[in-house]
Design a protein around this ligand. Structure first.
Ligand code: PEP
Ligand code: MG
Length: 757
C-alpha cells in the first residue's frame, strides 16, 4: 500500500521524538534536538520552531540551520511575514520560492536568504494556534502532500510540549506564552455578582496524552469501530421520537450524521494514523485543524456547524477513550465557574451547589430557565460569551463580573486584586442590605409594599428568613420534576410541599402548578416534537390534558396544607374557562379527601398567572374568578413583543420599560383596583430596582423576585414617593407625543430624588 511506504519516514521520526520526549533533558536541549531530528528526517537544511507569546509576538525558540544567535531574538508579529501569516490563518504555507511571496519578511539575523523553499505549519491545540513549525531547503522545490501532513503531525508533539508548560522555563522573564495569556471577553450580564474561581468546562475536552501509535493497522481498526458505534448512537437518537425533548435538535443530529459519514473526515484521520498517531490523537489533530480553519469564518451558519462538528469529534473521542464523566485531577474545585455553550436547568442542578461561584454561557438569554435557576442559587451569570469555551482549559483561573458582563480568563495579579477589593465592597453593601432585613418595606409616602421571593427548591428556603421577604410569591413546582429522574409520586410531592411549608414557618407560599413544556424539559415525560414549543402544549394546557398528573399534584398540595392556608396559581392561563376546569378537578379532589377523612386546608386562595396577552381582554372576568393574579412578566413580555425569551438575538431587542409594556402593566394594576383583586408580579423585572420602581409607579403594591434582589429593591422603595412618581409616569404614558423614552424618565427621576437604583 503506497500510503504505508510514504509514511515510513514520519513514523520513524515520531518514534525518535517519543524517545526524545522521554529523556530527562532541559527544555532548550530537548527542543534543539527535536528540530535537529525533524530536519534530518525530512532532509531539510533548516527546521525552526516559533512560539506565540501572550503579547502576540512569535519568537524563535529553536532552530537547526539558521543562525543560533537568532534564537530568542528573532521575532515576528501575528500576521507579519510568512510565519505570522501561518499563525494568523492557522493554515500551512508550502512555497518553492519563499522570497517571492508578498508576505515574506527578511530577518537579517537569521541568515535565511539562501533558502528558497519553505514549508510552515501551525502548531495547534484545540483549534488554538500556539506557534509555527518551519522547514526550509536551499533548492527550490514543492513539499509533497505527505510531507505537509507529516510536519503537521510532528507539530502536535510540540503543541503538547507547550501545553504542558515545559517551555515556561526558557521563556524570558516578564514574558508569557499565549497559552497562559490573560483574556478579557465582553459579554452580557445575566445575574449580578462577582465570581472568582476556576474553570470547569461543562463539556470537558478530552486531553489525549497517548499521541504516538505502535501499530497503525490496529489504530485504524479502533477508529473504524468507534465511528461505527458513533453512527449507530446518532441513528438511535434520531429514531427516538422524543428527540426535541432531549435538548438535541433534530437538525443538529442530522448534521452530526452527515459529518459522521463524511469520507473526507475519515480519510484525514486515517492519514494521521498512518503518519504515526494513535486513533484518539488523529481525531484530535483533524479536529484541531478543522476548528482552527473554521474559527476564522465569518458566516454564522458555518460557525454554528463548526460547533456541531466539534461536538461530534468530542463524542468520537469519548467513544475511543471510554471517557464518560467529569475528570478532575485534583478533585472538583471548591470555587467552580462553569463554562458551557448552552445548558439546561437540570444540568446546572447536578453540580455541587456549595462549590458553584458562577456560570458562563456562550448562548442563553437572561430569562432562560437555566439563568433563572442560577439566579435562584444566587450565583453570578454572564451570557453571550462567544468563543469562551475554546479559549479556556479546565482549572484556569477566571473572574466573572455579573454586573458588567465581563469575563477575565487567567487574570493578571493586579486585576485579581482589584476584583478582590470589589468583592469586599459588595460584601459591605450586602451587609447594608442585610441591615434592612427587618425594616418594613414602606415607601416614603407611607405605602406598604409586599416584597416576596421566588423559589423552587428546598435549598432556597433558608433565604426566606435571611432576605426578610414577606413570603414566597412564586414557587416553581416543576423544578422538583426537572431534577428527578422519574416522575415524583404523590407521596414524594406531598412530602416535599409539606417540607416547604414547614420551613416557610407561617409565611405564605404561592405554589404554581406544573409549568412544564416549552423549554422546561422533563426527561421522562414524553411529548411530541413541536414547531413552536413556547406556543405549544405546555403548562396548564398540558395539565388539563393529563388530568391524572394535575389531580395528583392538587391532591399532594391539599394534603400538605391540611389545617393551613393553601395558596396556589395556574401558569399560562389563556381563557377563563381553563380556571373553571381546574376548579372542577380541585372540587373532586376535595370531595375525595373528605370522603376518606383527610383534613383539608383551612383556607384556599386560588390564583392565575397572567402571561398570555389574550387575558388582557378578559381582565374583569378573570378577576371575578380568582383571589389573586400574578403577572409572569417574562412570558407576558415575550408574547406581547413576539420575542422569544430564550433567544438572545431578540430577547433584549425591546425595552420592557417602554410604553407598550408599561401601559399593559398599568391596565392590569387598574383592573386589580377596580375588582379589588390582589395583583402581583413575579417575573424577572420585579428584581431590578429601576423596573421595580416603574411597577410601583403604575400601581403594583406587591412583587416577587429572587431573594438577592429583596435588599436592593427595598433600599429603592424606602426612598420613593410613589404618588410623585405616578404623576410623572402616568403623564408620560398618556402623552402620545412625548419623545423621552420612559426608561430615561425613570433614571432621571431616581437621580433627582436620590433613589438608589
Ligand atoms: C414568567 O413567565 O414571568 C414567570 C414568572 O414564569 P417562568 O419564568 O417560570 O416561566
Ligand atoms: Mg412563565
Amino acid at each position: 500500500m503506497p500510503m504505508r511506504d510514504l509514511s515510513a519516514g514520519p513514523r520513524v521520526l515520531l518514534r525518535r521524538l517519543r524517545e526524545l520526549m522521554a529523556e530527562p533533558l532541559e527544555p532548550q536541549e530537548r527542543l534543539d534536538r527535536i528540530v535537529r531530528q525533524i530536519a534530518s528526517n525530512m532532509v531539510a537544511e533548516v527546521c525552526s520552531v516559533y512560539v506565540l507569546r501572550s503579547d502576540g509576538v512569535l519568537e524563535l525558540y529553536a532552530t537547526e540551520g539558521l543562525n543560533k544567535e537568532a534564537v530568542h531574538t528573532s521575532q515576528l508579529k501575528m500576521g507579519q511575514g510568512l510565519v505570522g501569516t501561518i499563525a494568523a490563518s492557522a493554515q500551512p504555507l508550502n512555497l518553492s520560492d519563499a522570497q517571492a511571496h508578498p508576505a515574506f519578511r527578511y530577518l537579517p539575523e537569521t541568515g535565511e536568504e539562501i533558502y528558497h523553499s519553505f514549508l510552515g505549519v501551525p502548531i495547534l491545540r484545540a483549534g488554538r494556534t500556539l506557534g509555527v513549525l518551519v522547514v526550509q531547503n536551499k533548492a527550490s522545490r514543492n513539499y509533497r502532500e505527505d510531507e505537509v501532513e507529516a510536519l503537521e503531525t510532528t507539530a502536535m508533539v510540540i503543541a503538547e510540549m507547550i501545553a504542558t508548560g515545559e517551555l515556561k522555563k526558557i521563556t524570558r522573564p516578564g514574558l508569557e506564552l499565549d497559552l497562559t495569556r490573560a483574556i478579557t471577553i465582553d459579554a452580557d450580564a445575566y445575574n449580578e455578582g462577582i465570581g472568582l474561581g476556576h474553570v470547569v468546562l461543562h463539556e470537558p475536552r478530552i486531553v489525549v496524552t497517548n499521541l504516538l501509535n505502535e501499530d497503525a493497522e490496529k489504530e485504524v481498526t479502533r477508529l473504524a469501530e468507534a465511528l461505527g458505534s458513533l453512527r449507530i448512537s446518532i441513528d438511535d437518537m434520531l429514531s427516538r421520537r422524543e428527540v426535541s425533548q432531549e435538548g438535541e435538535h433534530r437538525e443538529v443530529l442530522e448534521t452530526y450524521r452527515m459529518f459522521a459519514h463524511d469520507q473526507g473526515w475519515v480519510r484525514r484521520m486515517e492519514e494521521a494514523i498512518h503518519n504515526g498517531l494513535t486513533a484518539e490523537a488523529a481525531v484530535e489533530k483533524v479536529q484541531s485543524d478543522t476548528k482552527a480553519r473554521m474559527m476564522r469564518l465569518t458566516d454564522s451558519y458555518l460557525r454554528e456547524r463548526m460547533h456541531d462538528f466539534d461536538d461530534l469529534a468530542n463524542r468520537l473521542l469519548r467513544q475511543l477513550t471510554g471517557f464518560s464523566g467529569r475528570a478532575f485531577d485534583e478533585g472538583f474545585p471548591v470555587d467552580a465557574i462553569i463554562l458551557a455553550r448552552a445548558m439546561g436547568a437540570a444540568e446546572l442542578l447536578d453540580y455541587p451547589r456549595a462549590s458553584l461561584r458562577g456560570l458562563v454561557l456562550e448562548d442563553g438569554a437572561v430569562t432562560s430557565h437555566v439563568v433563572i435557576v442560577a439566579r435562584a442559587m444566587g450565583i453570578p451569570v454572564v451570557g453571550q460569551a462567544a468563543g469562551v469555551v475554546a479559549l479556556a482549559e479546565n482549572g484556569d483561573p477566571i473572574i466573572i463580573d455579573g454586573d458588567d458582563g465581563q469575563i477575565h480568563l487567567r487574570p493578571v495579579l493586579d486585576l485579581q486584586k482589584a476584583y478582590e477589593e470589589k468583592v469586599r465592597l459588595r460584601a459591605r453593601r450586602q451587609e447594608q442590605f442585610r441591615a434592612l432585613r427587618d425594616v418594613e418595606p414602606v415607601t416614603k409616602d407611607g405605602k406598604r409594599i409586599s416584597l416576596q421571593m421566588n423559589a423552587g427548591l428546598l435549598v432556597d428556603l433558608p433565604q426566606l428568613a435571611e432576605s426578610g421577604a414577606d413570603g414566597i410569591g412564586l414557587f416553581r413546582t416543576e423544578l422538583q420534576f426537572m431534577i428527578a429522574s422519574t416522575m415524583p409520586k404523590l407521596e414524594e410531592q406531598e412530602g416535599f410541599y409539606r417540607n416547604v411549608l414547614k420551613q416557610a414557618a407561617g409565611r405564605p407560599v404561592t405554589f404554581r402548578t406544573l409549568d412544564i413544556g416549552g423549554d422546561k424539559v422533563v426527561s421522562y415525560f414524553r411529548a411530541q416534537e413541536e414547531e413552536n414549543p413556547a406556543l405549544g402544549w405546555r403548562a396548564i394546557r398540558l395539565s388539563l390534558d393529563r388530568p391524572g398528573l394535575l389531580r395528583t399534584q392538587l391532591r399532594a398540595l391539599l394534603r400538605a396544607s391540611a389545617g393551613a392556608e393553601l395558596k396556589m396559581m395556574l401558569p399560562m392561563v389563556t381563557e377563563v374557562s381553563e380556571i373553571h376546569a381546574v376548579r372542577e378537578l380541585m372540587q373532586k379532589e376535595v370531595q375525595h379527601l373528605s370522603k376518606f377523612g383527610h383534613s383539608l386546608p383551612r383556607k384556599l386562595q386560588f390564583g392565575a398567572m397572567l402571561e398570555v396577552p389574550a387575558l388582557m381582554w378578559q381582565l374583569d372576568e378573570l378577576m371575578a374568578e380568582v383571589d389573586f393574579v400574578s403577572v409572569g412578566s417574562n412570558d407576558l413580555f415575550q408574547f406581547t413583543m413576539a420575542a422569544d425569551r430564550g433567544n438572545a438575538r431578540v430577547s433584549d431587542r425591546f425595552d420592557n420599560l417602554g410604553k407598550p409594556f408599561l401601559r399593559i402593566l398599568r391596565d392590569i394594576a387598574r383592573a386589580g383596583e377596580r375588582n379589588k383583586t390582589v395583583v402581583t408580579l413575579c417575573g424577572e423585572m420585579a428584581g431590578k430596582p429601576l423596573s421595580a420602581m416603574a411597577l410601583l409607579g403604575v400601581g403594583f403594591r406587591s412583587v416577587s423576585m429572587s431573594p438577592t434582589s429583596i435588599g436592593p429593591v427595598k433600599a429603592m422603595l424606602l426612598g420613593l414617593d410613589i404618588d410623585k412618581l405616578s404623576a410623572e409616569l402616568n403623564a408620560a404614558l398618556d402623552d402620545i407625543r412625548s419623545p423621552e423614552p420612559i426608561r430615561a424618565l425613570l433614571l432621571r427621576f431616581a437621580e433627582a430624588n436620590n433613589i438608589p437604583i
